[in-house]
Design a protein around this ligand. Structure first.
Ligand SMILES: NC(=O)c1ccc[n+]([C@@H]2O[C@H](COP(=O)([O-])OP(=O)(O)OC[C@H]3O[C@@H](n4cnc5c(N)ncnc54)[C@H](OP(=O)(O)O)[C@@H]3O)[C@@H](O)[C@H]2O)c1
Length: 295
């Protein structure tokens, strides 16, 4: 089976590529941004024609949620318009496209989990652009896989930033009024492999670890794993921590479409399993007040 992965240098792309390379019979063609710019429709079409993949996984995205507020055109080009080119190129060779998307397509006003078919209403530019990408993929009969609050061994993430702060024994203020589902890139990658190889029909799938917490609860869990005092984590409200992009307050996704697949484990179990890998490479960065910059 032939796989084509875009955005292969990113947090998810790196783990997915590594896992795919261990799958017997999988031929993996992984492209970082410098190797394949998904906004270059001609290059996308040519690469897809040359590789002739069975499955294309688009892990490429501009994930700077606050930055996207300042540059809607760029966000739309990478997260929205480019998906149309990938979808068309995939359709032409009979490949299945798995397009990654986000909880940020929802407004967070719900108080029960968002189903795959719940009405979308993004609050920010990033979410609007990802929704354009979703529609391009679905319009061509492909797959949309929504996830959220990713952590992994590579790149910058809330989890790695918190782990760094915890290791330094630093106090931190973290928002407590946004609820979501921390999700390990490895568990998500396994879900993508199942969707790429299995019989699940095209459409929208939610792929997050189970359970839910606030950013504050998530940070406390990381401090505990690090052996640091969770009391160093102080809860603050979103209002006390203004950011350029609005975030949904409630980002819990339902998983009805994925029911035939094995359920994904609880986020705490995933975080514990990921822990040695999170620590294997530190993501620089930090300020004493930490919110949620990227998706
Ligand atoms: N991280 C999260 O919490 C989260 C939450 C919900 C959904 N998602 C979605 O999950 C997917 C994977 O996210 P991630 O966390 O792995 O993001 P990431 O670490 O930021 O990786 C994205 C990758 O895409 C690359 N890229 C940017 N522009 C590109 C272009 N024009 N052509 C090709 N590649 C390009 C980036 O390269 P450079 O770094 O060189 O720019 C980067 O390697 C994305 O679709 C994202 O929207 C992520």
């Amino acid at each position: 089976m032939r796989w084509l992965v875009t955005g292969a240098g990113g947090m998810l792309g790196r783990d997915l590529t590594r896992l795919l390379r261990a799958v017997p019979g999988a031929h993996v063609h992984a492209f970082t941004r410098t190797e394949l710019d998904v906004c270059d429709a001609a290059a996308v079409a040519e690469t897809v024609r040359a590789v002739l993949p069975d499955v294309v996984v688009n892990c490429a995205a501009w994930t700077d949620v606050d930055g996207a507020e300042q540059d809607e055109a760029r966000a739309m080009a990478i997260n929205g318009t480019a998906v149309a080119g990938l979808a068309l190129a995939s359709t032409r060779v009979g490949a299945r496209l798995l397009q990654l998307s986000t909880d940020y397509v929802f407004d967070g006003a719900a108080r029960t989990p968002y189903g795959e078919d719940a009405p979308t209403r993004p609050l920010n530019v990033y979410g609007r652009a990802k929704l354009v990408g979703e529609r391009a993929a679905l319009g061509d009969g492909h797959y949309v896989v929504r996830t959220e609050w990713l952590f992994g061994a590579h790149g910058r993430s809330f989890a790695r930033t918190m782990a760094t702060l915890a290791a330094e024994g630093r106090a931190v203020r973290v928002v407590d009024d946004q609820v979501g589902q921390p999700t390990w890139t490895v568990d998500l990658a396994e879900r993508l492999i199942l969707l790429g190889t299995g019989q699940a029909p095209p459409g929208v799938y939610h792929a997050t670890n189970a359970g839910r917490t606030s950013w504050y609860g998530y940070a406390r869990q990381i401090y505990e794993l690090a052996g640091a005092d969770p009391g160093l984590v102080e809860p603050v409200s979103t209002a006390a921590f203004p950011r350029p992009a609005l975030r949904p307050a409630y980002s819990v996704l339902g998983h009805d479409a994925g029911r035939p697949l094995p359920p994904m484990r609880d986020w705490r179990a995933a975080l514990s399993a990921a822990w040695p890998h999170l620590l294997s490479g530190w993501g620089g960065v930090v300020s004493q007040t930490v919110g949620v910059g990227r998706q």
